[in-house]
Write a protein that binds this ligand. Structure first.
Ligand SMILES: [Zn+2]
Length: 266
């Protein structure tokens, strides 16, 4: 099997703000196994402790830690931080101050990628993200045939949104922009109990591997999504270890990060 035939896998952890044991422990699980992890940082909420820990970790493990932007401060306005109730200027200003802050703090170590809190965005968000020249935009990708037909329809129409829903352009440019899209596929969280709780219903390892097999038939790159705050129980940490260890035993996959995927597929 050629290296290029291997399914690329990337792990993203969202909602990085304060420095908690969960954030450090989850990161350790990846670093210990030499598996890259991408932390999506909330620029408006990230604390000095977290910044210095991210800097130190990045310095020690440059290839294993990636730092990207998650909105501005994760405040829900309407349905999400970038809800349609917010004007273009409001959205632009929040993205801009977030990007500038992370660039100032992390310099070259910030990868210019935006992931939008709550998955809620509209055409003004895209216009703002495009104007700010992010390299990568993240949405969500679903392997179900009904969704793929919907995406296909959207792509033929050159639309990033259709019927007010995201059209996945995974590993393609978001229509009408230079934003390269890399969509997440498999979430460790199966069911959320509100946005501000520290509990959720987790997917099982078997469920995630079943989904993984479905995704890898249709895409060369599969993105796993985590939220460290949900991994505060031993069992939920072990779930991450189980998934990583099981993946590590395979020779048909390759761990990577967003920047490398961008370079590979853009
Ligand atoms: Zn979030």
């Amino acid at each position: 099997m050629k290296k290029t035939d291997k399914t690329k896998i990337c792990f993203r952890n969202d909602d990085v703000n304060i420095l908690t044991p969960e954030l450090k422990n989850l990161t350790e699980i990846f670093l210990y196994r030499k598996v890259p992890i991408t932390h999506a940082v909330e620029p408006g909420n990230v604390t000095a402790d977290t910044i210095s820990w991210l800097r130190q970790t990045k310095k020690k493990y440059p290839a294993l830690l990636e730092i990207v932007q998650h909105g501005w401060d994760h405040t829900p306005h309407g349905k999400g931080e970038f809800d349609k109730s917010r004007s273009y200027n409001e959205q632009f200003n929040d993205l801009k101050r977030g990007k500038e802050k992370l660039e100032n703090i992390f310099g070259e170590n910030f990868f210019s990628m935006i992931t939008i809190p709550f998955g809620v965005y509209n055409k003004d968000t895209i216009k703002a993200a495009s104007k700010l020249s992010y390299k990568v935009f993240c949405g969500h990708y679903n392997y179900r045939i009904s969704r793929r037909l919907f995406y296909l329809t959207g792509r033929i129409m050159r639309k990033g949104r259709l019927l007010n829903r995201h059209v996945s352009n995974h590993l393609r440019y978001y229509p009408g922009t230079r934003l390269f899209e890399i969509d997440s596929a498999i979430s460790f969280s199966k069911k959320y109990f509100g946005h501000f709780t520290n509990d959720c219903e987790m997917s099982s390892a078997d469920e995630m591997f079943q989904a993984f097999e479905n995704y890898r038939k249709i895409t060369p790159a599969v993105i796993f999504l985590l939220h460290h705050r949900f991994h505060h129980k031993k069992h939920d940490m072990e779930l991450v270890e189980t998934v990583l260890d099981k993946l590590k035993r395979r020779n048909d996959i390759e761990f990577t990060n967003y920047n490398k995927l961008y370079q590979m597929f853009k």
